[in-house]
Design a protein around this ligand. Structure first.
Ligand code: NAD
Ligand code: UGA
Length: 463
């Protein structure tokens, strides 16, 4: 069999871009991305591709090329499942907010719903692909549901975790470091693996397509995110020590990164990592380790999160201390709200937690982010339930003009490393701020010498 029809359940940051690339690279395969969120599907189908719901450099061009040809976005989940030979599950797997494992375990309710829906609808054999990030051994739960509630058809379950990073999703998908596919060792399992390998082989060199057993594949995804996040927490831990000792964390990162065993990537000290996955996946890993009674393993990884929370909190504390121990009624301008540059995603962004701490001290926050709007910022703050929605609404304003955002501010805090921040007329910004004018650079993005020459009091992370 050569796959001719694919369905992907979940049209989010993973499902949307991943399926767009598959459709672009495999014009002979019909790819239908379905979601229960009607607004999201409508946005994917918006006549102007610049209005698709996810901002990723290069994505709208790919959608423009493939949409309507062999790429379709729809809310008709049953129909898409029925027609597909291969079904990717790409729904969200957030941290549980209730019950056993609250605050740690992955909430698998959406995964189970998908499995039950596939079982109910499928009238022909299907290959089901776990694209979402899942706890190790989830495939066995999916198998139980499919085999016990289905219509007697055969299912093969593959694990194919996604390693793209937001902001670079298109380039990551076009030229991945590797594609990982886990499946059963049975003949049918190996056949299913071969079908998925054949799809990726349309553009990924064969030696970059790695096949393993299902459990290794599931666990590799959690492990990769844990290792990546651990590097950020490690360099952030060092940034605090640098600040006490006169060392400069950028110099330390460069010096250690030149050791080929360590490598130079992912050593940028920051206000703390954000994003929908690092924290969620490490907490999930900690939870899994604890359920097996591996307390030392759990404690080891939990420290990555503890360090990250500390880094966000100490950034806010430092602003308060530096502004003479009071920020009450002071305007503090945030440059950036997204969790990293080149994305409109704000999930778990450090900016949310820094803002929350400053609002608790009655600061007046003004945000400028090229891709994030007022409603999203309010939603992010309200989700924390620290104070009333009215207070969040009055404590934060959003400007679309950066110079207006910085006008009459006591301080600027850089929370996201958007390239455009480097190109501003910083003299003009300085002239319109209250004095002394402070810049707290949570991304070590701006040039210290230039800013200090203008007259700013400039503070970076780790120096
Ligand atoms: P997302 O929240 O952006 O998208 C998930 C979508 O699934 C939502 O639009 C939701 O409406 C839809 N959905 C949920 N249940 C459904 C159902 N039963 N039927 C139809 N649609 C349903 O999430 P995301 O960022 O795309 O992440 C999805 C998964 O991929 C997660 O497990 C995540 O850990 C993993 N992942 C994410 C990234 C990333 O960069 N965001 C990278 C790698 C892996
Ligand atoms: C991360 C991984 O990089 C992807 O491989 C993975 O697929 C994805 O999680 C996932 O599973 O969701 P993402 O969160 O999109 O991707 O973005 P990253 O580039 O990893 O950045 C995460 C956070 O760490 C950002 O807030 C970023 O600013 C921060 N970071 C990253 C640093 O502070 N310093 C660094 O050196 C690198």
């Amino acid at each position: 069999m050569k796959i001719k029809s694919i369905c992907c359940i979940g049209a989010g940051y993973v499902g949307g871009p991943t399926m767009s690339i598959i459709a672009q690279k495999c014009p002979g395969i019909k790819v239908t991305v379905v979601d229960v969120n009607e607004k999201r599907i409508a946005a994917w189908n918006h006549p102007d591709v610049n209005n698709i719901p996810i901002y990723e450099p290069g994505l709208s061009e790919i959608v423009a090329e493939a949409r309507g040809r062999n790429l379709f976005f729809s809310t008709e989940v049953d129909k898409a499942i029925d027609e597909a030979e291969m079904i990717f599950i790409s729904v969200n797997t957030p941290t549980k907010t209730y019950g056993v494992g609250k605050g740690m375990a992955a909430d698998l309710k959406y995964i189970e719903l998908c499995a039950r829906q596939i079982a109910r609808v499928a009238k022909t054999d299907k290959i089901v692909v776990e694209k979402s990030t899942l706890p190790v051994r989830t495939a066995s739960a999916i198998r139980d549901i499919l085999d016990n509630t289905g219509n007697g058809v055969n299912f093969q379950i593959l694990s194919n975790p996604e390693f793209l990073a937001e902001g670079t999703a298109v380039e990551d998908l076009l030229a991945p470091d590797r594609v990982l596919i886990g499946g059963d060792s049975t003949a049918e399992g190996q056949e299913a693996i071969a079908e998925l390998v054949a799809i990726y082989a349309n553009w990924v060199p064969r030696d970059k397509i790695l096949t393993t057993n299902v459990w290794s594949s599931e666990l590799s995804k959690l492990t990769a995110n844990a290792f990546l996040a651990q590097r950020v927490s490690s360099i952030n831990a060092m940034s605090e020590l640098c600040e006490k000792t006169g060392a400069d964390v950028n110099e330390v990162a460069k010096a250690i990164g030149l050791d080929s065993r360590i490598g130079s990537k992912f050593l940028k000290a920051s206000v703390g990592f954000g994003g929908s996955c690092f924290q969620k996946d490490i907490l999930n890993l900690v939870y899994i380790a604890k359920t097996y009674g591996l307390n030392e393993v759990a404690d080891y990884w939990e420290q990555v999160i503890i360090m990250n929370d500390h880094q966000k909190r100490r950034f806010a504390k430092n602003i308060i201390k530096t502004l003479y121990n009071t920020v009450s009624g002071k305007k503090i301008t945030f440059l950036g709200w997204a969790f990293k540059k080149d994305t409109n995603d704000t999930r778990e962004s450090a900016a949310i937690y820094v803002a929350d701490d400053l609002l608790a001290e009655q600061a007046e926050i003004c945000v400028y982010d090229p891709k994030v709007e007022f409603e999203q910022i309010q939603t992010d703050l309200n989700y924390l339930e620290t104070r009333s929605e009215t207070l969040n609404g009055s404590g934060v304003q959003v400007k679309t003009d950066v110079y207006e955002a910085c006008h009459n501010a006591h301080a600027i805090a850089v929370l996201t490393e958007w390239d455009e921040f480097k190109t501003y007329d910083w003299q003009k910004i300085y002239d319109n701020m209250l004095k002394p004018a402070f810049v707290f650079d949570g991304r070590n993005l701006l040039d210290k010498t230039t800013l200090e020459k203008i007259g700013f009091i400039y503070q970076a992370i780790g120096s």
